[in-house]
Write a protein that binds this ligand. Structure first.
Ligand SMILES: *[C@@H]1O[C@H](CO)[C@@H](O)[C@H](O)[C@H]1NC(C)=O
Ligand SMILES: *[C@@H]1O[C@H](CO)[C@@H](O)[C@H](O)[C@H]1NC(C)=O
Length: 206
């Protein structure tokens, strides 16, 4: 065998290995989205107790009256993989485990390209909306937190994703625990430290 042939086949092998390495780096390693609450401001968070006369026990239904604005950033850290929504992407705001508002972030079929960050500005308020009652357990928790000056509001981001080059569809289940201080009326929102959201442990192949 001539020297020339060997150099040619070695070169081909090196190029092939290079291409495989690039493909593996691009598609072989899946990184999950990063979600963070960049900004949050709570200007109203109060208990509105409405006595229901229709009930024989005349139970007081405690509902939340709230104005909350949030800036949520979703980043696709992948180098080449596009994330596609297989279900609508939504954010739910919860207090003491109970959702009090839900916001649609992106629809089914929406895509987020590699290395792209999407920023969502949300503003939710109880105005006119039928808010679920907290129940007396929730009202007790409200009073307890109200006394500390901080409210623990959790934002849950849920959806279902698929990824370029992968067959599995993966559930997204992120939790962003916020500790919010009520901004006194007429003042600018209190300082907020960015909160990174925790992703639930992915299922097999996700
Ligand atoms: C809450 O938001 C409503 C509009 O949805 C506004 O009219 C009201 O003034 C706000 N209240 C506070 C305390 O920010
Ligand atoms: C929450 O705390 C404020 C004072 O910080 C108080 O005026 C208000 O009555 C409290 N609300 C409830 C429902 O306990």
């Amino acid at each position: 065998m001539g020297k020339k042939c060997c150099i040619a086949s070695w070169t081909a092998a090196v190029i092939a290995a290079g291409i495989i390495a690039v493909l593996v780096a691009a598609y072989g390693v899946l990184r999950h989205v990063d979600i963070a609450v960049e900004e949050a401001s709570l200007t109203r968070f109060a208990l509105a107790e409405t006595t229901t006369t229709s009930s024989p026990a005349a139970a007081a239904a405690a509902v939340l009256a709230y104005n909350l604005s949030l800036t949520l950033a979703v980043r696709n850290p992948n180098w080449a993989i596009t994330v596609k929504n297989r279900k609508k992407l939504e954010a739910a705001c919860t207090f003491d485990g109970q959702p009090f508002d839900r916001v649609l972030l992106a629809g089914k079929g929406d895509k987020q390209g590699p290395r792209k960050t999407r920023v969502y500005h949300l503003a939710v308020s109880s105005n006119g909306a039928a808010v679920p009652a907290l129940g007396n357990a929730g009202a007790a928790e409200f009073r307890k937190q109200n006394a500390t000056g901080f409210f623990e509001v959790e934002v849950k981001v849920t959806g279902k994703f698929s990824y370029t080059g992968r067959l599995t569809k993966c559930d997204l289940d992120a939790t962003c625990p916020l500790k919010l201080q009520l901004a006194p009326p007429g003042t600018k929102a209190v300082v907020f430290q960015k909160v990174k959201c925790k992703l639930a442990k992915p299922k097999k192949y996700c």
